[in-house]
Design a protein around this ligand. Structure first.
Ligand SMILES: Nc1ncnc2c1ncn2[C@@H]1O[C@H](COP(=O)(O)OP(=O)(O)OP(=O)(O)O)[C@@H](O)[C@H]1O
Length: 245
């Protein structure tokens, strides 16, 4: 059943354009001892993320993506990670390994190897303030770094579409890194607009949430809204300064 879905073909061509007839296991190769997984770091809709060790990269994050469940999203994530993972504010992409299903009924998995962000998520950092806001200097620093990453994405005519404190990571030396490109989307080459509104409801800009599920268009400014929140208050900042609280 290999390459039966159009996304599967895209997935293979993405990494090995010449190998149209290769199987996934030929392209990605099983890890064969080159990657080990350790503690669970977190998880989401795509799958669990583990701390791991790569034979060449050392300590890494390993995202287990279920290809059988959501091939389209996994494919998109890989495409954007490859495209943007070189920017200093985006978690680096080191490669992916194919896990052969144990039985005919088990799912096909891909182990996506990423730069390890040992400082945890911005969401965790905010939780640690026990209902207090982060210091303004911290908010300024994190926003600036996130906007640098977003600027890079937008300059390359794409939108992340899922900017939220859970997808902003910190390294052990407090570098800021954007993760999770499973929702990202290319802008229309003609109009420069995104015609597919999507994201996580609580973190979506009003322009985007009004258009969710509809074929309307919005521009990159809505992706620049940035929400740091705790239980009692929200601090909403947008690049054009229209949202403030
Ligand atoms: N590079 C990384 N370094 C350290 N921890 C990470 C890394 N990537 C992901 N994590 C942890 O795993 C969690 C889930 O990661 P991610 O958002 O990529 O998964 P997802 O399944 O796509 O989530 P969602 O359902 O929000 O789309 C993150 O919130 C974070 O705690």
């Amino acid at each position: 059943m290999l390459f039966c879905a159009p996304w599967r073909k895209t997935l293979s061509l993405l990494l090995q354009p010449q190998a149209e007839s290769s199987t996934l296991s030929e392209i990605y190769k099983p890890p064969n001892g080159r990657l080990t997984k350790d503690v669970l770091l977190g998880g989401g809709g795509t799958g669990d993320v583990y701390k791991g060790r790569h034979h060449r990269r050392g300590v890494v994050a390993v995202k287990i993506a279920n290809i059988s469940r959501d091939e389209e999203s996994v494919c998109r994530e890989l495409k954007f990670l490859q495209q943007f993972g070189g920017h200093k504010n985006i978690a680096s992409y080191y490669g992916a390994y194919y896990r052969t299903p144990l039985t005919e009924c088990s799912s096909e998995l891909l182990e996506i190897v990423l730069e390890y962000c040992g400082g945890g998520s911005l969401h965790n950092l905010i939780s640690k303030t026990n209902g207090q806001s982060l210091k303004e200097t911290w908010i300024g620093y994190v926003c600036k770094e996130v906007l640098k990453g977003l600027h890079h994405i937008h300059k390359n005519r794409a939108v992340h579409r899922d900017i939220k404190s859970l997808n902003i990571m910190l390294t052990e030396t407090a570098k800021v890194k954007i993760i999770d490109f499973g929702n990202s989307w290319d802008l229309d080459p003609q109009t420069g607009l995104c015609h597919e509104a999507d994201g996580t409801a609580h973190w979506m800009a009003p322009e985007a949430i009004r258009q969710k599920g509809q074929r309307l268009a919005y521009d990159t400014k809505v992706c620049c809204t940035y929400n740091t929140c705790n239980n009692t208050e929200h601090l909403l900042i947008s690049v054009n300064g229209t949202w403030k609280q």
